[in-house]
Design a protein around this ligand. Structure first.
Ligand code: GLC
Length: 448
């Protein structure tokens, strides 16, 4: 964010001004000019637009969600015994990287260790050696993943949970400082391992920097000292993107879950993360219903027209396998992206503010892509646009569409579109490049 302006604005104010449903998690993180990346360092990620998220670990054996150990109060020995059964048969990482490519992802984020503490790599720092290299599988899945993703030309993101339910000190950091300290040491040691052994890491994606499940990630920054933690990350790769969930404000913001996205363009880098299935669990659950194709595409369009990225999660089973329904849906989205990718990859949201459920825009070079969600309502509506001369208006596949332009807007007649799609894309060619500046008139403090 460059423009510092008329006045500072907090998350709540920004949200209300934009009438936005976008709910940024972990606002108010510690700031550190030393850690902060420059806008140009984020360009590859903003161009990438689409990522694939993977939740896979011991909880995938139980199939009741990644919070099963905590929610069901499963005794330590019983849960940890699952580590000897975690031994995927006939599984190769290329199954996921191939799917990520078919889905159209340009980056991946894999859970390397969730809140249950089970690390998916050969982790010396792992408390009690609780990792996939020591136990059942005797495999280093982070090594396999990072190698396969890079070989497939995908950028590499690592999800890591600083907190770990195995430490009583997590629940009572002041009463049990020694235990809390061991948990923090494990975190620092493991983050260093991830960045030194499997780098360059493109994205460090934290989750779970609260304490005792109270407050927010940022309210526990006194404990984690996230600036110190992230200095380790920067030491191995000064350009790793950091999400905001370690207590440090990070390089981009997160909106989590399957709620609808509405409102205006968000003038900060942000990413929506959600599940391809119902969203009741990020980890594998048998028969978790796969979301509808049209609904997912609409979500993607709502996100990119508000200048966000889309990180879609899959939860493989204990053997790393996905249901045919999940694979099919991911491939269907990929086929859509293959056809319409020009209006997605490398674009920026805007320049026209979206109208919920009617239209939104993305742009690149001298093209504006009008994503029409409701052709009837959009047709012959004056859409605001100033400072550009429209040279042509065509359907995505090139058929000319009648349009009119006046000083402050244009309208397109969409009557010829007999069978509107979930996103009917109309391409405007302008007399000049769309100005890249973000529509920001406020200085976002990043606080709640
Ligand atoms: C939430 C969930 C967690 C999941 C994460 C993904 O924080 O509690 O299980 O990994 O979202 O964003």
């Amino acid at each position: 964010m460059s423009a510092k302006l008329p006045r500072e604005m907090t998350g709540a104010e920004l949200k209300s001004m934009l009438k936005s449903s976008i709910n940024l998690k972990s606002l108010g993180g510690v700031k550190s000019p030393e850690l902060k990346l420059q806008p140009e360092d984020l360009e590859w990620w903003r161009d990438a637009k689409v990522g694939m998220f993977i939740h896979w670990g011991l909880y995938s054996i139980l199939g009741r969600g990644e919070w099963a150990r905590f929610n069901e109060k499963i005794p330590k020995e019983e849960y940890e015994g699952l580590a000897d059964q975690f031994n995927p048969q006939d599984f190769s990482m290329t199954e996921w990287t191939d799917l990520a490519k078919e889905f159209g992802a340009k980056y991946m984020v894999m859970v390397t260790r969730h809140h249950d503490g089970f690390a998916l790599w050969d982790s010396m720092a792992s408390y009690e050696g609780f990792n996939s290299y020591n136990r059942g599988a005797k495999r280093d899945f982070v090594k396999e993943y990072t190698e396969a993703a890079r070989a497939a030309g995908l950028k590499v993101g690592l999800y890591y949970s600083p907190m770990d339910w195995r430490f009583p000190g997590y629940f009572d950091p002041e009463g049990l400082p020694e235990s809390a300290k061991s948990m923090k040491n494990q975190c620092y040691g493991q983050v260093e391992e991830l960045c030194s052994k499997y780098g360059p890491v493109d994205i460090m994606w934290y989750d779970g920097s609260w304490l005792a499940h109270k407050g927010s990630d940022t309210s526990s920054a006194w404990f984690w000292e996230p600036v110190e933690l992230n200095k380790i990350v920067r030491k191995y790769n000064p350009k790793t993107l950091l999400n905001p969930r370690s207590g440090y404000e990070g390089d981009f913001y997160c909106d989590e879950g399957s709620h609808e996205i509405t409102g205006k363009i968000l003038p900060v880098p942000w990413e929506k993360n959600m599940c391809v299935c119902s969203g009741c669990s990020w980890g594998w659950m048998a028969d978790d219903p796969v979301s509808d194709f049209d609904w997912l595409i609409k979500m993607l369009v709502d996100v990119i027209c508000r200048d966000g990225n889309w990180l879609l999660n899959i939860g493989p089973d204990r053997n790393g396998k996905l249901s045919e329904e999940v694979k099919t849906r991911m491939r269907e989205i990929g086929a859509w992206l293959k056809e319409y990718g020009e209006a997605v990859y490398g674009t920026r949201g805007g320049p026209v503010e979206p109208v919920d459920a009617v239209y939104g825009t993305t742009s690149k070079g001298n093209k504006i892509y009008l994503h029409v969600l409701n052709t009837k309502e959009c047709s012959d509506t004056w859409i605001p646009l100033e400072g550009y001369q429209i040279e042509s208006v065509r359907t995505y596949h090139g058929a000319a569409l009648p349009f009119q332009q006046k000083e402050d807007g244009f309208k397109v007649n969409l009557d010829s579109i007999m069978e509107p799609e979930v996103d009917t894309i109309v391409v405007l060619t302008l007399d000049q490049e769309v100005k890249k500046s973000r529509p920001t008139e406020v200085y976002f403090t990043g606080k709640e």
